[in-house]
Write a protein that binds this ligand. Structure first.
Ligand code: BES
Ligand code: MN
Ligand code: ZN
Length: 493
């Protein structure tokens, strides 16, 4: 990794190369460290430029003796952890786009005006900075190799809790950036078995057990739902298991992540405008991987196991035809009426492996439906499941990490939609409630006594274009929240 942000705590006498000043309610959040003439100049500029400090708005006002990066954090009553994190991500993005800067210092605002602890604020800020600053450069001939240091000043920050929160964000940030580098790779350079090799490498380095079922092993395990998706591609599928052992006597959390290396739709081919970014269809798998790596790094007591079914959905000569019927690993038969509803097929088989682990809970993560983008856009991940307590835990963890979840219902009435004409199930509903139909299908593959939740990250996993708060590409939305959820879980099975 060629770019790092460093956070330093002690007040340094050295003259900062630049200054970062937050703007809230249209006013500068800066204390005595900002010299009066500069403050006056900035205030004049704010008024002239009508810079109101909307969340993630940034600016470098001209003509100051020391360059100042202004970062908007919005209005006090609209404060939200996700917005605070986003503002800092925008700061990270603004800094990434300035190639000459060496250090920047920020005077921390008075904590009283925020509904979070200073440690929580600092952790979110560091996380935002690191993720905002990241961009995917593996395939560019010219890369920006530059180290950027951020120095924080202000006694409020010199506490243990703050240090710990920032340290955690830095460590987490390193892991997430590494996994994002995998998640951003195009499908021509990352076949399912190549992904397995990557995962194995990362798992080994973290001291984690890793097992891979290749195509032969998947046949023996009767994963015909998964294999049906893969059979239109020349590149064989696999199922990857990565396990962090945690403390003895605790039952694991199992995270199942959809890894469709490329989703052409298969014979039910997608329209071209929906296609190039379908290399992002492996995002759920990448989130599952990141979650175990984070759990292991934090040495959580809770064991965390990831299952990552990896396939390519292609319309080759051997491809599954609409109307084909297959038997999933749990014995249920499925009519495949649309080969583009492939995620639920591979998850179906992976979920039965997850259930075999006797887990305390299962969470699957998938870019499952375009319908979730219709419902929630790109601001929230949909959460559905069979256990409202689990769902609430996940939602609260998401509030803490700035990754928002929104629940959709999964009442048994919806199961009707998925009854097959010639088989037990069909893989699509009637066209209504597309995200719920996906969840209702998955539910058929999870024993009812295991708490289970499904995260549909189709709208949150990818940034199509450069935005104020992030570079284009994989976001790994859900990874921090799942690690946080595992960290919060109480002792025992
Ligand atoms: N990976 C897609 C989900 C998707 C589609 C994400 C469009 C973003 C934009 C998934 O495999 C898929 O194709 N889902 C279908 C399901 C349908 C056939 C029931 C969809 O959403 O169109
Ligand atoms: Mn699809
Ligand atoms: Zn898909």
């Amino acid at each position: 990794m060629n770019k790092t942000l460093r956070f330093q705590w002690a007040v340094r006498a050295s003259r900062p190369a630049a200054r970062l000043v937050l703007v809230q309610d249209g006013r500068l959040l800066a204390g005595p460290s900002l010299p009066v003439p500069e403050r006056r100049a900035l205030e004049a500029w704010l008024a002239a430029a009508k810079f109101t400090g909307e969340v993630a708005a940034t600016a470098w006002p001209p003509g100051l003796p020391v360059p100042v990066l202004l970062v908007g954090i919005g209005k006090t009553p609209e404060f939200h952890p996700a917005r605070w994190r986003r503002a800092w991500a925008a700061a990270g993005r603004a800094l990434a786009n300035v190639r000459t800067l060496k250090t920047i210092s920020c005077e921390w605002p008075a904590a009283a005006s925020f509904p979070l602890t200073t440690a929580e604020l600092a952790g979110l800020a560091a996380d935002g900075l690191l993720q905002g600053e990241y961009s995917f450069e593996a395939y560019k001939s010219e890369r920006s190799a530059r180290r950027l240091a951020i120095e924080w000043t202000g006694a409020a920050l010199a506490t243990r809790a703050v240090r710990a929160a920032v340290h955690l964000a830095e460590q987490t940030g390193g892991i997430l950036r590494e996994v994002r580098d995998v998640a951003n790779r195009p499908a021509n350079d990352l076949a399912p078995m190549a992904l397995a090799a990557q995962v194995r490498k990362l798992a080994r380095r973290a001291g984690l057990a890793c097992r891979v079922w290749n195509q032969e092993a998947l046949r023996r395990a009767q994963c015909r739902a998964l294999l049906a998706v893969a059979q239109g591609s020349h590149r064989p599928p696999c199922l990857i298991r990565v396990a962090y052992a945690g403390r003895r006597g605790w039952r694991p959390f199992v995270v199942v992540g959809k890894a469709v290396m490329f989703d052409s739709g298969g014979i039910s081919l997608k329209p071209p405008k929906d296609m190039d970014w379908m290399k992002y269809d492996k995002s759920g798998g990448m989130v599952a991987l990141a979650t175990v790596l984070l759990a292991a790094h934090r040495r959580l007591p809770r064991p965390v196991v990831a299952y990552i079914p990896a396939v390519e959905n292609m319309p080759g000569g051997g491809a599954t035809r609409p109307g084909d019927i297959v038997t999933a690993r749990n014995g249920k038969t499925v009519e495949i009426l649309n080969t583009d509803a492939e995620g639920r097929m591979i998850l179906a088989d992976a979920l039965t492996f997850a259930a075999d682990e006797k887990p305390a809970a299962i969470v699957d993560v998938a870019t499952l439906t375009g319908a979730v983008i219709v419902a929630l856009g790109h601001e929230a991940t949909a959460v559905l499941g069979n256990n409202d307590r689990l769902i609430l835990e996940l939602m609260l963890a998401g509030e803490a990490t700035g990754e928002r979840l929104w629940q959709l219902p999964l009442w048994s009435e919806y199961d009707e939609m998925l009854k097959g004409k010639f088989a037990d199930l069909k893989n699509i509903g009637d066209g209504s409630a597309g995200t719920i139909a996906g969840g209702a299908f998955l539910k058929q593959f999870v024993p009812a006594d295991i708490p289970w939740a499904h995260l549909d990250i189709a709208g949150t996993a990818w940034r199509e274009a450069e935005q104020a708060h992030g570079a284009p590409g994989a976001t790994l939305a859900g990874a921090r929240l799942l690690a946080e959820w595992a960290a919060r879980s109480r002792p025992g099975p």
